[in-house]
Design a binder for this molecule. Sequence first.
Ligand code: ADP
Ligand code: MG
Length: 326
Amino acid sequence: DHLVNQIAAGEVVERPASALKELLENSIDAGSRSLQIELQAGGTKLIKVIDDGCGIAKDDLELALHRHATSKIASMDDLAQVATLGFRGEGLASIASVSRLSLTSRFSDNGQLSPHAWRVDADHGRMLDPEPAALAAGTTIEVHDLYHQVPARKKFLKSDSTEYAHCAAMIERLALANPNVSVTVIHNGKAQQRWLAGDLAKRAAAIIGDDFVNSGIAVDEGFGTLRLHGITGSPTLGKTNREAQFFFVNGRFVRDKVVMHALREAYRDVLHHNLHASFCLFLDMDPEGVDVNVHPTKIEVRFRESQAIYRFLITSLSKALAKTKA
Ligand code: ADP
Ligand code: MG
């Protein structure tokens, strides 16, 4: 079972950034309003996340580190209806099997705090019994030495600065998708980011740039159960920044051909411009219409009715862009 976990871990946890993603998604799912992220050596030495979410009850602590113990998928039919970010119930188990992990959490039930926190330590999947611990609220997770004892995975890790860059990109996506959550980032003891809670415009200004938000075009269009909202860049801004292209489906960052094609078409048709603009757009839709489970570490999606999505995106963007010409 131990080896099975370590092998499977490579599927879910490709590198520090993917472990960090699992941790941060859990924190978001737990209703956190504040995330403190601390990394050492690009996350290879330490990934620490302090959140202020609902916490984990003592009896669920050990379960949380067990594969599939918490899977929210009871049947394949449920797969389509998953609304939270986590649903495979294997994120923590995978990370725990290839690191030294410590999980401290103080459960809060409808605002009613438990008397104290509990802490459970795991060393490459071997778990110790939970012990009482001190913590004001929420959950603190420390992942030490990811892959240090798994040479087959360790050799795929790049330099610390490359791994940190992957982490930083991951954090930006999560921060844009959750502007109401404050986020701080420390790397090797140095403060890197401090984003206070606010609205999307404020968060996008901090991450993508003031000029993007000031000259950008607000988008908010709906059709049936589909809604597209966010900010799309003015092409006249003239700044080509391919990195600042963010698209989220039901809160998840994705990179998708259908989406990119639709955006390109809209910019070309309305503004006779190639898509060189930055954008930060959110497509909200019925979870049944999209399969986000293509692969745990991938950022692909599969739309059930991609033609309908394609047409909706073009129509919505064209409408928004046309306003700028008036
Ligand atoms: P999944 O997110 O797919 O359910 P994980 O292995 O990532 O599986 O997490 C297992 C469970 O542990 C979660 O379902 C959740 O109940 C709990 N959990 C993990 N992290 C947190 C957290 N930061 N705050 C509250 N609960 C958490
Ligand atoms: Mg999870």
